[in-house]
Write a protein that binds this ligand. Sequence first.
Ligand code: PMV
Length: 372
Amino acid sequence: MASAPGKAILFGEHAVVYGHPAVALAIGMRTRVTVRPTDEPGVTLDGGRLRRRRHPHVARIVDHLWDRDLDPGIDISIEGDLPSGAGLGSSAALAVAVAGALRAARGRWVTEGGSSLDASTWLEGHASDGREPALFEQASAPAPHAPGPGRTLLRGAASISLDEASLLAHVAEAASQRGRASPIDSATSAFGQTLLISDQREPDAAWMLTRRMPTEDGERAWDLHRLPPPAWEEGLALVIGSTGVHGSTSDLVAGVARRRRSDPSIDQALSAIGALVRRGIAALSAGDAETLGHAMSENHLLLRHIGVSSPELEDLVAAAGPTSLGAKLTGAGGGGCMMALTRDAAATSAAIEAAGGTTWTSPLGVEGLRLE
Ligand code: PMV
């Protein structure tokens, strides 16, 4: 059984579309995927047929990691407490968890003395090579399960690579979103904790890797960085509140693009968000909860200015105000979720629920993909 967390965007949504950095963090709700051997060959889902239309992410990851004819039969089952369709990255978490569970189940052949952390020793797999841009889809047929001179089979947790899981999940997401998927969800779910995403290497964070992906508008590239987990004070939490209203990410992104053309203050707001993200990063690194909360609230005002808030989001953000250090919408907006940074999760959660939201409480950054 492997599990992977959902994500929330702490700073920088929408501005990231225009080249500013964004910070995402892994949240406490997870998707769990179990793989069990079966007597029959092939791959089933919860004992039934794996339907490509209904489970495109699972089917794609299976294509990459399991040979239905050569490998033993398995049944995949999915459970967890991460709500889907709320903008919390549930499809990426599912793809990452499936990638981890299947890899652990099949193991990985490497050269003698090799490891999952060093892709140059892999005899099978899909990896970005660390310095060079990631390969979009390095097709490599699963190596036959056969021992040979100079090769070793890594098993279980030792066979898992977070890079591979995040790459496969990104590819699966892009495939089901007509090529338009940023690696925010897939990378945050796989690597966990707090990530900074930008279109350039950022000086204040530890650069991890570059993801490249061909899109209809040419190749896009993202630089992913790790932000060190700060020592947070005891009791500090994020309360995530869902409006229950669906906001369409593509419509909201298109709306900002349209308003930008007639209203120069939109670009100013997007640049202000960029500057704020940098302040937020400093507060994160210092473990300065007060400044972090202020930056979140300020980010919310700017998101409201660019037109992506909604009456429901405003209600929940306002309700969180008195008991929290800061609150903002998270993700695309227009509905979806908000989040509040608080020292009193019970009170903040009760206030958001009283205003009509559904809430979850999460620590600030959790472990990414792991074998349970
Ligand atoms: O809907 P979410 O939570 O995946 O967030 C979308 C983030 C945007 O910045 C609005 C769009 C994007 O592609 O980055």
